[in-house]
Design a protein around this ligand. Structure first.
Ligand SMILES: NC(=O)c1ccc[n+]([C@@H]2O[C@H](COP(=O)([O-])OP(=O)(O)OC[C@H]3O[C@@H](n4cnc5c(N)ncnc54)[C@H](OP(=O)(O)O)[C@@H]3O)[C@@H](O)[C@H]2O)c1
Length: 331
């Protein structure tokens, strides 16, 4: 069936300014790490993307290695983009990254200028795009001068292959230096992409303060801890879940009885708030104005529908926040 985007697509989404930049991002963005590779069902991936765009999700996040096999999420996304979203490129923010292992030999990973520039060229070919909106250094490289990695990002913008650049998985000291180098080069760091959820909270120590001070946006990834922060594992491991899939990054060992009990308590609190646990976990991140957008994953259109409803209720009482802390510390 040919796709016509909903005319209501901008009616209910909230858009937040990304740091001090001119760019706004939707409060929820969609990541293609899982569920968009050649191992997945293309029509399901297509439905998720259509539904996201219909709901005002204008930002899709990729990386060179997403699949499996690596590169296949970009290939599938490029196919769907050209079949379904032709004519809507200017309504989309598409990001990609390089940093993790993508090809054999000394130039296929980390942070050299050689790797970053050739990897982005490959990503553009896979997605059949002239440029991405945001290109990230996916992880810091301890063996390459930060000046070289940031210089490559600056060059990529000057070559017209990306409109903005960002960093991901950089801890506060290296993020501080990266932001400074990029500013000196005249290509400000748009955004930082760290792992952040109720279960992973290192960014609260100093990273969020740094980003606010420097006018850099923040887009937390794995906000549902890959599905742990939902009601799906309360009664065992469902066959279709990420934890059950051989290529899934969530491992069965992470679903311990004490973790499940914690999720049960959070789920009860979410129900009192009139939300699913997934919705509460996303709303909990969005309550912080330093969070520009929350980067979710979804394996079905129904999950996306569920998660999007978090936007209806992002306020928390002091009492609810205290109860959440008590549950989280009880693990
Ligand atoms: N920069 C980095 O290093 C990095 C690393 C990881 C991820 N990311 C980015 O962040 C994005 C999101 O990561 P993530 O997929 O781990 O995010 P997530 O939102 O924490 O987990 C998504 C998974 O949770 C389950 N789920 C989602 N919504 C649900 C709902 N409403 N009810 C029940 N279950 C639900 C699904 O798992 P099932 O498959 O079990 O159904 C889904 O695949 C990635 O796609 C990628 O773009 C970046």
């Amino acid at each position: 069936m040919p796709y016509t985007p909903s005319h209501q697509r901008y009616a209910s989404m909230e858009y937040r300014r990304c740091g001090n930049s001119g760019l706004k991002l939707p409060a929820l963005s969609l990541g293609l790490w899982h569920n968009f590779g050649h191992v997945d069902v293309l029509e399901n991936s297509r439905q998720i993307l259509r539904q996201a765009f219909d709901a005002g999700v204008t930002h899709f996040d990729l990386a060179n290695n997403y699949g499996p096999p690596p590169g296949s999420a970009e290939e599938n996304f490029g196919k769907i983009l050209h079949e379904d979203f032709r004519g809507y490129r200017d309504e989309l923010i598409i990001s990609s990254k390089a940093g993790y292992k993508m090809w054999e030999g000394p130039y296929g990973e980390w942070g050299s200028r050689k790797y970053l520039i050739s990897s982005l060229d490959q990503s553009l070919r896979r997605m059949k795009l002239d440029y991405v909106d945001i290109f990230y250094s996916h992880r810091p490289d301890p063996n390459t001068p930060l000046e070289e990695t940031m210089g490559a990002l600056d060059a990529i913008v000057r070559q017209g292959k990306a409109l903005y650049v960002g960093i991901s998985n950089y801890e506060t000291p290296e993020a501080t230096r990266a932001i400074q180098i990029l500013r000196e080069l005249g290509t400000p760091c748009l955004i930082h992409q760290p792992k952040y959820s109720m279960l992973v909270r290192w960014v609260e120590e100093s990273l969020l303060d740094l980003l606010e001070r420097e006018g850099v946006g923040c887009i937390p990834f794995s906000p549902l801890a890959q599905g742990l922060l939902t009601n799906k594992y309360l009664k065992g491991i469902p066959a279709e879940s990420r934890a059950a899939k051989p290529h899934g990054f969530l491992k069965e060992e992470e679903i311990t009885p004490s973790r499940v009990e914690q999720m049960r308590q959070l789920d009860a609190l979410a129900q009192e708030r009139g939300q699913s646990l997934a919705q509460m976990a996303l709303a909990w991140l969005l309550k912080d104005p330093r969070v520009t957008s929350v980067l979710i994953g979804a394996s079905t259109p129904a999950q996306l529908t569920d998660s999007l409803q978090c936007l209806h209720h992002t306020q928390f009482s002091e009492d609810e926040l205290a109860q959440i802390e008590t549950i989280l510390q009880g693990a």
